[in-house]
Ligand binder design. Sequence first.
Ligand code: GLU
Ligand code: ZN
Length: 300
Amino acid sequence: MDPARKASNAHDLPYRGRFAPSPTGPLHLGSLFTALASYLQARAHGGAWLIRIDDVDCARSVPGAADAILTTLERFSLFWDGAAVYQSQRTAHYQSAVERLSAQGRLYACTCTRKNLVQWPRYPGLCRGRPNPTAMPHALRLITEGEVVTVLDGLQGAYSQDFDREVGDFIVWRSDGIHAYHLATVVDDAEAGITEVVRGVDLLESTPRQVLLQRALNFHTPAYLHLPVLVDKAGIKLSKQTGAAPVDLRKPGELLYSLLPLLGFSPPSELSDAPADDLVNWAVAGWDQGRLHGKAIEIG
Ligand code: GLU
Ligand code: ZN
């Protein structure tokens, strides 16, 4: 048994996976790679695969991007179960999680600005112990107590964070009134009954914060599998910010055929002009997470 599954107290449940894109633009090759791997992992376990649109930060969301992402997934025969969930419609759930944390005395108001924190490598607890609440715009931070959280990742192995040294008390509700990504993802993954989170390795360092929130909220901790990310020749992760092109929707089969070797497959040449659904089904049947390696895959 691999260590991540042993570590999870969710391992006896039927598999439920998810893909949770932020709608900041159309899918690029790197995000399609993540979607494909998480889909294959879920379907090869005979499990469900859900879609969640992480549109918490409306300022960063691009109109139409969520629909474009869903259309792209369909084009590539990555069909999800149930209706896509939108974080922008779930504020009440995040609010009630914050109320639970607050009732446990785990939160405090923080009025620090980015500017007066630049000199600190991590939040030094400046607002801890100040009278609550304040009328000024404030964030809410979770009190950490020197925890050392170790995640046993299905691909990256053991990853630990020492909260005192590396993280400090962290924000669960932002001063602009928006819940933080960590809180939202933990609430949503728990409510959807996600048994394994498969996502890019760039989010590995977020995981201990999410595990700490799961413990505070009495949620199970899913298994984690952090995939290598696609990088360019300079080692930079493909992303919208660095101008990665949207995936070309014209020949989905051809593009899938070219992605499969990055997931450790050697697809036979007869499949080079197969339609997307044939390729996806072929990949589900032959999927082996053991063929994934490392943190980055360079693409030409
Ligand atoms: N929405 C996040 C992103 O696109 C991913 C969240 C997650 O998988 O936990 O980076
Ligand atoms: Zn503060």
